[in-house]
Ligand binder design. Structure first.
Ligand SMILES: Nc1ncnc2c1ncn2[C@@H]1O[C@H](COP(=O)(O)OP(=O)(O)O)[C@@H](O)[C@H]1O
Ligand SMILES: [Mg+2]
Length: 445
């Protein structure tokens, strides 16, 4: 186990490099530390793409579950591939424990990667798929049980193992190495509850089972670091939720430092010890799930984390504590005094989450809206509404399910004033009120 430190990492692809990268994507070049089989989907590169990643600084603690989340194309996979050694960094350093791994080939990095399409070798059983990487790694070198016993060279043993694999168990050649492999395969299979599937071929498995086998291959190698690139996106919603929980539980059990990539903020929020939110090749914020939800560092994070997303309205500031909008006027708490002084006479973006709006009474501090859409989910009801005086301003509202609302109904909405966020119009940076002045959250550049 080890800490992973990513220090000032840059990545750019020149147009020529991109072409070369595509040309050189052969199954061999994609052999990862888990000996990933062929047919890996590689994102189609944009020929003019430059600076795909900029000034990435990220420390993943020993044993931590770190999630990288961000919209498609923001550079998540590229960052994982840099860590795995499938791409070279353009600048900066990557450390695993005390080892600088920038220039090490993938196989020497002691990192295992699980991909989205969990490509398994179709002609090999589950057992052999899991054992594959082990047979080729040094990890499985078994201690010599009987020093007098003549040892075959590894290639000879592998050949005998392969030749006798289809024989009845008693006749199968089992070297010490193969016995050790078997022990490890069985341990992993037990952990993932796939013991009964060991003799099946991948085509005889469901998507969820295949995903577990792919995880099993990574786990069996007992690496210092797991990298997972959207490993659940091929599963249906129910299975995804189940497998999500299983991966988290497994990671806790194993305590292996893990970097997990997803574009799904719910996955990020439920799985990560901490989350690094990325956009446009840069880290926007690194924080715990609740810290991100409660104190987003900028408007991008505010909009990305939370579902339905945060609502934004432009407001005018009147120091000391008043904010106004054509539809409402709010007096904020004194915590905001410093911020509002700074922006006196100017405008700010007010952010309010759907769950922090509620149905209220006619009042100058409330918003007058008309309902466009009602989604009753059973446990919650989501409303989509527009401001009566400004139909282009659409808001999402989350209300308890017992309140019935009709389309076309006019409502007054009240804002939970202690839950509002304020952002600079130009930079998008969150303005922190008094309580948060000393927050330890990393604010990306
Ligand atoms: N080999 C490459 N050559 C040129 N551009 C690339 C290459 N690989 C990825 N890219 C580009 O880098 C950007 C980030 O891609 P990627 O890391 O796959 O994003 P994500 O995983 O967040 O969806 C995309 O614009 C993609 O087209
Ligand atoms: Mg990706």
């Amino acid at each position: 186990m080890a800490q992973v430190v990513i220090e000032n990492v840059y990545k750019s692809f020149s147009a020529r490099q991109s072409e070369a990268a595509v040309a050189s994507v052969t199954p061999e070049s994609l052999l990862t530390p888990v000996d990933e089989p062929p047919a890996i989907a590689v994102d189609k590169p944009t020929p003019s793409a430059t600076n795909i990643l900029r000034r990435i600084n990220l420390t993943v603690q020993d044993g931590e579950f770190m999630v990288l989340v961000g919209p498609s194309g923001c550079g998540k996979s590229t960052l994982l591939r840099l860590i795995a050694g499938l791409e070279e960094v353009t600048g900066g350093n990557i450390w695993v424990g005390s080892r600088l791994i920038n220039d090490l080939p993938p196989k020497e990095r002691d990192i295992a990667m699980v991909f989205q399409n969990y490509a398994l070798y179709p002609h090999m059983t589950v057992y052999d798929n899991i054992a594959f990487g082990l047979r080729r790694s040094k990890v499985a070198q078994a201690p010599v049980v009987n020093p007098d016993e003549r040892q075959l060279p590894a290639w000879g043993e592998n050949m005998l193992v392969a030749m006798t694999r289809k024989f009845p168990k008693k006749l199968r050649y089992m070297s010490d190495r193969e016995k050790s492999v078997e022990g490890q395969v069985r341990n992993v299979a037990q952990l993932l509850q796939i013991e009964s599937l060991l003799n099946r071929l991948p085509k005889q498995l469901s998507g969820g089972q295949r995903q577990r086998v792919a995880l099993g291959r990574a786990i069996a190698r007992n690496p210092q670091v797991f990298l997972m690139d959207e490993p659940l996106s091929n599963l249906d919603a129910k299975l995804r939720a189940e497998t999500r929980a299983q991966i988290v539980k497994l990671q806790r059990q194993l305590g292996t430092t893990t970097i997990y990539v997803t574009h799904d903020q719910i996955e990020a929020m439920t799985m990560g010890d901490r989350i690094a939110v990325m956009n446009g090749g840069q880290i926007q914020q690194i924080a715990s799930p609740l810290e991100l939800y409660n104190h987003p560092a900028n408007q991008f994070v505010a909009a990305f984390i939370g579902s339905p997303p945060m609502n934004f309205l432009q407001v005018q500031v009147k120091a000391p504590l008043l904010i106004t909008h054509s539809q409402f006027r709010l007096t904020l708490s004194e915590d905001w005094e410093v911020v509002l002084q700074k922006y006196d006479g100017r405008s700010l973006i007010l952010g309010i989450r759907p769950e922090h709006l509620s149905i209220g009474v006619p009042a100058p501090k409330n918003l007058s809206v008309e309902v466009d859409l009602v989604e009753a989910l059973g446990n919650d009801t989501y409303l989509s509404v527009h401001l009566i005086d400004d139909p282009a301003s659409i808001l999402q509202v989350r209300i308890p399910p017992d309140r019935s609302v009709r389309i076309g109904e006019q409502l007054w909405l009240s804002l939970a004033t202690d839950k509002i966020h304020l952002f600079d119009r130009e930079t998008g940076l969150a303005q922190s009120h008094q309580d948060l002045r000393n927050t330890s959250t990393y604010r990306g550049s």
